[in-house]
Design a protein around this ligand. Structure first.
Ligand code: KG4
Ligand code: ZN
Length: 356
């Protein structure tokens, strides 16, 4: 098979990558959209327009970096869900147009599946990430525990019942007067803070299952801040609250992941992905947890943990490989429409043998 070009446009990152069939990254590019900063969060309409403006030149640039003519590509892939529908339509439209023009198959990729399979990129996890493993996906848009049992075989064990972890970081950052995205700013401030005077709750900790909840924690932070008038929050109080909030998130996530591991005793590895997986306090807790269960812990490097197109290309390669292994014809998803929701459990359908 020839190299594959992949596009990611499901949220606020416009990304493109070219991978050879063995997973070697020939080029990877990403543009993080700045237009959302004044709004303190992703504005879907701004995101879609920015993807539309950026993608054609980004695709051309990515081909240049790989030093490949478009005709050398063997397939084109794009995230087609779940995500913000405007951006998905732009990315999928671009990818389908290229596929039709070049006469190559188009592979529709589930964005969450792409996060789930990233750990299997050759060279990322020492010894390789073989199935089954537990994935903790913690980003601005997602917060879930997924049993990754094979290509196309995923079980969501639990997820957030309100905010995603990154969303909670972003909202608390806003309350503390920090910029967006808030996670890195909260982490930096927390480093100089003493959490002890600012105790916060741990919603759902110890409860059966592995669902997450952060909205009560966010409300509790607002209550700690209420006595301070606008602009009158002393630095040590802000830092203490940031540290206490970060400890609470790390405690909650570690507890929920411990429950997820109980639900998946066959797991051979714990993987974390998503922007929040960059958080050092959280990584430390997850490493300790995995060690206590005699499991390795892996988190892809940050650029592959956050939204990127390499993971989309790799998921497409795994899909094509699996179809070949099962004796199915190569997928061509031209008729598949982008969708804001696309449950992982539906991915197995791609490997069902057609009725005789
Ligand atoms: O995966 P990502 O880049 O985009 C999606 O949401 O899909 O994740 C971004 C999220 C933001 O909410 C950001 O505040 C959070 O990840 N984040 C962090 C850190 N770095 C990014 N949260 C906590 N600590 C960090 N160091
Ligand atoms: Zn994502």
């Amino acid at each position: 098979m020839a190299p594959i070009l992949a596009i990611e446009s499901s949220c606020d990152d416009t990304a493109c990558a070219i991978l050879s069939p063995d997973g070697t990254i020939l080029a990877e590019t990403v543009l993080s959209q700045a237009g959302h900063v004044p709004f303190g969060g992703v504005v879907p309409e701004i995101a879609a327009r920015a993807h539309l403006a950026a993608l054609p030149a980004l695709v051309r640039h990515t081909l240049d970096v790989a030093a490949l003519p478009a005709g050398a590509l063997g397939a084109i892939a794009a995230s087609t869900g779940p995500g913000l529908i405007g951006g998905l339509i732009v990315g999928a439209g671009m990818a389908k147009g290229l596929a039709v023009a070049l006469g190559r198959p188009f592979v529709a990729v589930n964005h969450i599946e792409a996060h789930a399979l990233t750990a299997r990129l050759p060279g990322l996890v020492p010894g390789g990430a073989s199935f089954p493993y537990l994935l903790l996906l913690v980003s601005g848009g997602h917060c879930q525990c997924i049993a990754v049992e094979g290509v196309g075989r995923y079980r969501k064990l639990g997820g957030t019942i309100d905010d995603a972890a990154g969303e909670a970081f972003d909202k608390v950052a806003k309350m503390l007067g920090l910029g967006w995205p808030g996670g890195p700013a909260v982490e930096a401030l927390a480093r100089e803070g003493d959490p002890a005077p600012w105790p916060l709750p741990r919603p759902l900790r110890g409860r059966p299952g592995c669902d997450f909840s952060f909205s009560g924690l966010k409300t509790a932070v607002a209550q700690k801040l209420a006595p301070f008038a606008d602009g009158a929050l002393p630095r040590d109080a802000a830092a203490g609250i940031a540290a206490s909030f970060q400890d609470a998130v790390a405690d909650i996530v570690a507890d929920r992941v411990a429950h997820a591991l109980d639900m998946m005793p066959q797991a051979t590895l714990l993987v974390a992905a998503g922007g929040v997986a960059a958080n050092t306090a959280l990584r430390t807790r997850l490493t300790t947890l995995a060690t206590s269960r005699a499991l390795p812990f892996a988190a892809p490097p940050l650029r592959l943990c956050t939204d990127n197109a390499v993971m989309v290309g790799w998921a497409a390669i795994e899909t094509l490989r699996e179809r070949r292994r099962l004796g199915l014809p190569p997928t061509d998803d031209l008729d598949l429409l982008p969708r804001p929701r696309w449950p992982l459990e539906q991915m197995a359908e791609r490997f069902a043998h057609p009725a005789p």
